[in-house]
Design a protein around this ligand. Structure first.
Ligand SMILES: [Ca+2]
Ligand SMILES: [Ca+2]
Ligand SMILES: [Ca+2]
Length: 637
């Protein structure tokens, strides 16, 4: 009637160098069921006692001289164990308290201990129903034990406390790592978590069973599995809690909160806090043509906008109106690649700019990109300054010590990819941007500016040098009034740099799009390659490789946060065969880095932007292959 799924990485328990024959440890012949009528301290003889040890190199078990608790429910007052899962190198014991008129006794169901002591993560699923106990390890074959002593139909946990990794006392504390413990009432999780013979961390992060519970109206019923129908766990919107529902559970799937009906109140058993639950489509935004770049920005006292850089002759600006983006202004562009919004001056609404990167010359063969300025009077963007560019891919706007800069990524001039990109500086006298510094780039795709303490950095994504995509992308630091080379990174068709901060830590992620070399033959796997996240090592004053993530011609990374969680979403555009590939949302999980949590079907995905309104958090992505961008809503609990 209940099952628990554990992922366990046991530490090396082989302290003590003595080994012993398994037979000498306990009378286990596989798995067993027995009434456990003696205190646990004496139940299992210390298997490594010298008397029972024989060196036996072939049939050996390294063992620890104690049992460790993975979980325990302890009745505090009488200090009795109501429920427990105890692990020893030889056996895994499931313990529970049975009570009837004659008294209370502890029952122990023992499985031959799964081999966990190998430094790897393991998934244990223990399914318990009235008369049977079933254990699967890493989704292998289940070991079933039919019990003479049934699992109690009711088990009062009044005044009890739940312990993970211990049973209250220091003794018996688990010395390995428990990554996740899922208690699933009323259901056997085995077939929902499996098959998963080689469980990956990504799969473990949110078990499919929890991901599937979206709290839709049709879910608002008592679970439908026959033997589960008496479990009284209700899903869906908050049900009533009256005398009739006393001691029943309500699982709020949308917020992952578990509540118990006590008296006439739902009492939180597992706290629910705001977190990303799932992503749902919010708006299909039909665009003038395929969209390469999107830029979301706010004009104070006017509203929220998105600018789309469209492949054909007209790009567009949409305004957030009644919870959707609505057409606002069309702007003629020439194979626009991206937009960049920025402001200059204090009175933000009167100094709003938008720069477009044009990839192609105009009808007269003139090649330039354009800076537009927001007209407070006309409530439209109007052309402000033309800047000569060469197949411009990207604009980056930034401010250093009160001065305003714009950097353009010049991709190529004719067939020559090894050209200068230019940093422009705002001249407050002329009120124009003027060339300030040139930097040699190779098929430049993206600029990314950031600061760390007093230092200003500018990273360029170099995508192609005319023969190869395998080349150095560079990070520059501003010293003595110019940007100077700080560090080089080997990249493969680098299309985007994304900088982000988590606490004090600074990360730089590169989107590697393509492994290609004129010398090399085309390879099928040249699009499915690793993109890399680097972390700044402050002591060494250098960025070091933090994590590599498999991507499919990645073109953009976008970092965002929801509640207390941090996420990265990647624009996967092509896998060598099709543009229909999933883009992936990764969640920051501390020492494990970023772990995949959501797969989003996308088509030729080019650019992601995250934004927030009073109604919640959203993502929008553009497609370089169809005139359709999509706005997604991040559902949180
Ligand atoms: Ca950029
Ligand atoms: Ca980005
Ligand atoms: Ca983006």
């Amino acid at each position: 009637m209940a099952s628990s799924a554990l992922s366990v990485c046991s530490s090396d328990l082989s302290y003590g160098s003595r080994v012993c024959l398994p037979g000498s440890c306990d009378s286990y012949t596989g798995s067993s069921w027995q009434v456990d009528d003696c205190p646990e301290s004496c139940c299992e003889p210390p298997c490594c006692a010298p008397s029972c040890c024989t060196p036996a190199p072939r049939l050996t078990l390294l063992c620890a001289p104690k049992n460790e608790y993975l979980l325990a429910v302890v009745a505090e007052e009488r200090d009795s164990l109501l429920l427990g899962l105890r692990y020893s190198p030889t056996q895994l014991h499931f313990l529970f308290l049975s009570e009837d008129g004659a008294g209370a006794w502890q029952t122990r169901v023992s499985f031959r201990s799964p081999a966990l002591v190998d430094g790897q993560w393991h998934v244990l699923v223990l399914a318990v129903s009235e008369g049977s106990f079933s254990l699967t390890t890493d989704c292998g074959p289940a070991v079933d034990i039919m019990a003479d002593m049934p699992f109690p139909a009711t088990l009062s946990v009044r005044g009890a406390r739940f312990f993970i990794g211990s049973r209250r006392r220091t003794k018996g504390r688990f010395t390995g790592l428990v990554r996740q413990l899922v208690l699933l009432p009323g259901s056997d999780a085995t077939r929902r978590l499996c098959p998963c013979v080689n469980p990956e961390l990504a799969v473990l992060s949110i078990p499919a069973i929890l991901r599937g519970l979206t709290g839709k109206p049709e879910d608002n019923e008592v679970l439908k599995y026959p033997y589960e129908t008496d479990m009284k766990v209700t899903l869906g919107p908050r049900p009533p809690c009256t005398k009739a529902e006393d001691a029943q559970f309500w699982f709020d799937a949308s917020r992952k909160g578990l509540y118990l009906c006590v008296g006439s109140e739902w009492v939180s058993v597992l706290a629910a806090k705001e977190r990303l639950d799932y992503v749902e489509e919010h708006q299909s935004l039909f665009t003038n043509s395929e969209t390469l770049g999107i830029e979301v920005f706010v004009i104070p006292e006017t509203g929220l906008f998105v600018a789309t850089a469209n492949r054909k002759t007209t790009s567009a600006i949409y305004k957030w109106t009644d919870g959707k983006f609505a057409s606002y202004q069309d702007i003629p562009t020439h194979q626009a690649q991206s937009w960049r919004h920025f402001t200059i001056g204090k009175k933000a609404s009167s100094r709003v700019f938008l720069a477009v990167a044009n990839f192609e010359p105009n009808e007269k063969g003139q090649e330039f990109s354009v800076i537009y300025k927001w007209s407070q009077r006309r409530l439209r963007f109007t052309p402000y300054q033309r800047v000569p560019t060469h197949s411009a891919r990207d604009w980056e706007a930034f401010e250093v010590a009160g001065e305003h800069f714009l950097a353009v990524a010049n991709h190529r001039e004719g067939d020559n990819h090894n050209i200068d990109s230019v940093i422009y500086k705002w001249n407050p006298g002329t009120r124009l941007f003027e060339a300030n510094q040139t930097i040699a780039t190779s098929g430049a795709y993206d600029w990314e500016f950031f600061t760390v303490g007093p230092y200003a950095f500018l990273a360029v994504a170099n995508a192609f040098n005319g023969t190869s995509t395998r080349l150095q992308s560079n990070l520059y630091v501003r010293l003595g009034g110019t940007f100077q080379l700080f560090q080089s990174f080997l990249t493969f068709g680098a299309a985007d740099w994304e900088v982000f901060h988590i606490g004090e830590r600074v990360f730089l992620a590169v989107a590697n799009s393509h492994r290609y070399d004129v010398e090399m033959r085309m390879q099928n796997d040249s699009y499915v390659i690793n993109s890399v996240i680097y972390e700044l090592n402050v002591t060494a004053q250098t960025f070091v490789r933090f994590q590599e993530i498999r991507t499919c011609s990645a073109l953009d990374w976008e970092f965002f946060s929801v509640g207390e969680d941090y996420f990265l979403v990647v624009a996967n555009s092509f896998d060598g065969n099709t543009f229909s590939v999933n883009s992936i949302i990764y969640r920051w999980q501390g020492y494990e880095g970023f772990v995949a949590v959501h797969s989003l079907p996308t088509f030729g995905c080019r650019d992601w932007e995250a934004f927030r309104t009073a109604a919640g958090s959203y993502l929008v992505y553009s497609s370089a292959k169809e005139p359709l961008s999509r706005v997604l809503k991040l559902r949180t609990g």
